[in-house]
Structures are given as C-alpha cells and as structure tokens.
Write a protein that binds this ligand. Structure first.
Ligand SMILES: Nc1nc2c(c(=O)[nH]1)N[C@H]1C(S)=C(S)[C@@H](COP(=O)(O)O)O[C@H]1N2
Ligand SMILES: [Mo]
Length: 253
C-alpha cells in the first residue's frame, strides 16, 4: 500500500535520490516510495514523522555503505600543471562581496574535543610543519568541476602531531563565516586530505579560504571548508551547513 507523499517529502526524496545517484557507489538511486515502503516494511502514511524517520534512516544507511566502500588508500586522480582550470571559480553560500577578510595576525586555529594538546595554532606555527602539493579536481554538487593546485599540511600528520584520538569517528570544522562541515576519521587520515595554506603556488587569499582551508579531493566541494577557525575531534557527527539541509553527509567523489 502506498502512502500519501507530501510536497516536502517529494523534495527530500528527490535530494536523497540525487545524492545517491551522484555517487558512483550510491546504492539508493531510483528507489520509488513503493520500494522504500517494501524495503523498510513501514506503511508510509501521511505521518510526517514516519517518512522523515524513514528517509533519515536511509540516508544514514547510505553513509555507512559509502564508508564501508571507501578505501583509505585509493588516491584521487592527479593532473599536470597545464591542465589547471583558469579562471578558477569562487563558490560560497553568499556572493563574493561577502567574503570574510580574516587578518592572519589575529587568527588562531582552535582545537577541541578528543585531542591531547589543545594549544591554539597561529599561522606562523603551522607554516613550520611539512607540506605536500596536489593538483586535483574539485567537484561541486551543483554539477561543475575544476582542476586546481593546493599545498598544505596533511591533516593526518597534523592530527597525530597534536595527539588527536585517531579512533574517534569524526573531524569537524568551524569557519570564519557561518559555514561548518565534518568528515569521517578514515577520510581525515587519507594522504591527500590537506590543511591547505596555498592555492596556485601562492599563499591562500581571502577568495580561496585564507588563512586555512581543507582540501579533500576524495569528497565533493562542499566538504572542503574555507576560513577554518576550529577543528573538533568527536564521536558525535557535527553535521555541516549543506549536510544539515539534506545533502548526503559522506559525499565521496
Ligand atoms: N567557509 C566556507 N567554505 C566553503 C563554502 C562556503 O560557503 N563557506 N562553500 C563550499 C562549496 S559548496 C564549494 S564548491 C567550495 C568552493 O571553493 P572555491 O571557492 O575554492 O572554488 O567551497 C566550499 N567551502
Ligand atoms: Mo559546492
């Protein structure tokens, strides 16, 4: 028996299918409400809560499946310098005239949660740590992609350096705008996941997330927070700006 699907659930289901379909590893693409009903054994009525709970359970299931299929060792494709996209496109949830202008001298990177050394980091402190470069493709969920070059500190090296609990489940990021995001620990420890200090072989400018942004080529663009001000190591999923509005949380690319 098929229940009544209200417009807001159509939207949620659409997002669910879109998210699942976007990932090559997605398992839920094309599921109808009828199939959801059969899979879950629930009779989906016009009860908002039942449908909300069902869709949320499916999204969590999808995250677990994606996490299980994620190889911490599989590298994202890298490119030659002559393949870099110019001009590179700026993106944020606001227009360019609202870009946060952070004074690097006042800025600190705060550490919170399951980490031994919570001493805040200045930009000078960070610049002393060994860095890696990458030329990789940044894929936005909106349907465009571009190749860029970033350089920075491998997040895994940094987490080990500060004594983060590497058995914790999540790494969360807060930003100088109202943005926030989070990733699973295996993805945080992936060798191409870096705390980027440079873009295009020069120090990050405000447009590209100065003074510090995450570059994680194994995930979609929205999981690459700019203007990072705090990193939290935690077992409770910190969610994210887009994640909490229905975009798939894992979002591998
Ligand atoms: N702080 C912050 N980080 C953010 C965003 C944002 O709005 N604020 N947008 C995300 C999205 S959706 C994308 S596609 C990329 C864009 O990065 P770029 O401007 O370097 O191309 O930043 C991500 N990180
Ligand atoms: Mo994006």
């Amino acid at each position: 028996m098929t229940g009544i699907l209200l417009p807001e659930h159509h939207k949620q289901l659409g997002k669910l299918q879109q998210n699942a379909g976007f990932s090559r590893r997605g398992m839920l693409g094309g599921l109808s409400l009828g199939a959801l009903t059969m899979l879950t054994g629930c009779d989906l009525t016009d009860d908002h809560n039942v449908i909300d709970r069902t869709l949320r359970a499916m999204l969590r299931f999808n995250d677990d499946v994606q996490a299980a299929l994620f190889s911490p060792y599989r590298l994202a494709r890298t490119f030659r310098r002559d393949q870099i996209t110019t001009p590179f496109r700026f993106n944020a949830y606001y227009p360019m005239d609202k870009i946060p202008q952070i004074d690097a001298n006042d800025w600190q990177l705060e550490l919170a949660g399951k980490v031994v050394n919570k001493k805040p980091w200045s930009l000078q402190d960070l610049l002393v740590l060994p860095q890696e470069s990458q030329i990789t493709r940044h894929i936005c969920v909106e349907g465009w992609s571009q190749i860029g070059e970033w350089r920075g500190i491998p997040l895994g090296d940094f987490l080990r350096h500060v004594g983060a609990d590497l058995t914790a489940r999540y790494v969360g990021f807060n930003c100088g705008d109202d943005y926030y995001s989070s990733i699973d620990m295996p993805s945080a420890l992936h060798p191409q996941t870096i705390l980027a200090l440079e873009f295009g072989q020069v120090p990050l400018t405000a447009t590209w997330g100065a003074p510090l942004r995450l570059r994680i080529p194994t995930k979609l663009g929205f999981k690459n927070p700019k203007y990072i001000t705090a990193i939290t190591i935690t077992d409770e999923n910190p969610g994210g700006y887009w994640e909490d509005q229905g975009y798939n949380w894992f979002s591998g690319s």
